[in-house]
Design a protein around this ligand. Structure first.
Ligand code: SF4
Ligand code: SF4
Length: 84
């Protein structure tokens, strides 16, 4: 059984949107994110809600397949932890 989880500590999230605008899966779903725009739907892995990052569709994350950990590394508040 998969234990994969994208944990976001909202007390540390600064709402910078970097994770949202650089995650390759988010960009595939909503290409306008690469221009710094906001998600238009809830189909993305994560988006800001009330100024904080909220994980909506962790199942879309390809961390296991591609060993991506971009969001965890790039997070300015060190708020993201990938649990694999
Ligand atoms: S690990 Fe990579 S694919 Fe998964 S949510 Fe983070 S940036 Fe996106
Ligand atoms: S990169 Fe980190 S601090 Fe910035 S929105 Fe994402 S979770 Fe929050």
């Amino acid at each position: 059984m998969s234990t994969f989880e994208i944990k976001v500590d909202n007390s540390k999230c600064t709402g910078c949107s970097l994770c949202i605008n650089t995650c390759p899966i988010n960009l595939e779903i909503e290409p306008q994110l690469k221009y710094g725009e906001s998600p238009k739907t809830d189909k993305v892995i994560f988006r800001l809600i009330n100024g904080k990052c909220r994980v909506l569709n962790p199942q879309l994350c390809e961390n296991k397949q591609f060993k991506c950990n971009l969001c965890e590394v790039i997070c300015t508040g060190k708020a993201i932890t990938l649990i694999t």
